[in-house]
Write a protein that binds this ligand. Structure first.
Ligand code: PGA
Length: 266
């Protein structure tokens, strides 16, 4: 099992650079005492906020980009390349295949796979998001969907990348995300994430425990403990409930003891 608890947020298209700076500065002050905890904290701001974020995030907060093109440069208007992210000097995670990228902007599994390979080749940690739609859940093909997204998304990834813990997965059921999302039952989440772990294990025997599995989708103070208590949940990837520094801090302090208790019971 993972020895660290992962906790973080994707700020989507909400905060400006100055708002992101204020958020990260407040968060740094509120969470200063957590430095020695077995914790990986991550914040994924908008592209235009990344430069400012690099100057004010607490050193223990890992910063990520919400997306990235797989090419170094080229005729791809509106895209951001690995070279551009590297140049910022403060990014070490690239989020790939978030539900909104896949379902609003039509990103395919193949494109996500190219982004994962490119992110890893450029020295980043790849955070690949997977999740089934309500329709796929209805027809009972959730596990097949997740396995397909993982197999194509990690196609060609070298086992050394898993060994170095540079491949993370976020399970985010499409139907559970955002203002219209319905929170998923914790047992359902555990079942899916256990199957995800099995898929990774089949691809990379002996290495599935090296891949942190995060859960996201309408995580809030009411349901977060239930998720953190599940055996295959290594962390929480939170949206709305962590978009102010005090709510990020409070939710983190709420779930960390739940995760620790689960680990000490093993
Ligand atoms: P939410 O967002 O917690 O607001 O549902 C989760 C996500 O999209 O990662």
């Amino acid at each position: 099992m993972n020895r660290c608890f992962y906790f973080g947020t994707n700020l989507k298209m909400y905060k400006t650079a100055s708002e992101t700076s204020a958020y990260l500065t407040e968060l740094a002050a509120l969470t200063e005492d957590l430095t020695d905890e077995p914790l990986v904290r991550l914040v994924i701001p908008s592209f235009t906020s990344l430069g400012a974020a690099g100057t004010c995030a607490h050193k223990s907060v890992r910063l990520g980009a919400q997306n990235m093109h797989w090419e170094e440069c080229g005729q791809f208007t509106g895209e951001v390349s690995p070279r551009m992210l590297r140049d910022l000097g403060c990014i070490d995670i690239v989020e790939i295949g978030h539900s909104e990228r896949r379902h609003v902007f039509g990103e395919t599994d193949e494109q996500c796979g190219k982004k994962v390979l490119s992110a890893l080749a450029n020295g980043f940690t790849a955070l690949l998001c997977v999740g089934e739609t309500a329709e796929e859940k209805h027809y009972g093909v959730s596990d097949e969907t997740l396995a397909r997204q993982i197999k194509i998304g990690l196609f060609g990834v070298d086992w050394e990348m898993l060994e170095a813990k540079r491949v993370w997965l976020a399970y985010e059921p499409v139907w559970a995300i955002g203002v219209n999302g319905v929170p998923a039952p914790a047992e359902y989440v555990q079942e899916r994430m256990h199957r995800m772990r099995e898929t990774v294990e089949a691809l990379y025997p002996g290495l599935s425990q090296n891949v942190p599995l995060l859960f996201g989708g309408s995580v809030n103070p009411e349901n977060a403990d239930g998720y953190a208590a599940q055996a295959d949940v290594d962390g929480l990837f939170v949206g709305r409930a962590a978009w102010t520094a005090p709510t990020f801090n409070a939710l983190l302090r709420q779930v960390l003891p739940v995760w620790k208790k689960r680990c000490s019971a093993l």
